[in-house]
Design a protein around this ligand. Structure first.
Ligand SMILES: [Zn+2]
Ligand SMILES: [Zn+2]
Ligand SMILES: [Zn+2]
Length: 86
């Protein structure tokens, strides 16, 4: 399978850091969808959520690849290449 991303070496065998968006839980806030960082396992909320913690995590850490934590969704997304694939 060819993947349109050159950052696959940042993917680690991670376990989710939290059952929900860990920063929203700290704030007492809510989220729409969950994403997980493939480099460290950080769980954050998507860009449809008001806090956009997954994107903030990328800007803070430069970990480029996230995956969906939604049931039935298996895609990956790279912020640097701005591309999603399954
Ligand atoms: Zn990439
Ligand atoms: Zn959040
Ligand atoms: Zn990360």
């Amino acid at each position: 399978m060819s993947v349109p991303c050159t950052h696959l070496d940042t993917i680690r065998d991670v376990v989710p850091s939290s059952a929900g968006c860990e920063d929203c839980i700290k704030l007492g806030d809510t989220w729409v969808h969950l994403r997980m960082c493939e480099a460290c396992g950080y769980v954050g909320c998507c860009d449809s959520s008001k806090n956009k913690h997954a994107t903030k995590h990328y800007h803070a850490t430069k970990h480029p690849i996230i995956t969906s934590r939604e049931p039935g969704e298996k895609w990956l997304y790279c912020y640097i290449d701005n591309v999603a694939w399954e």
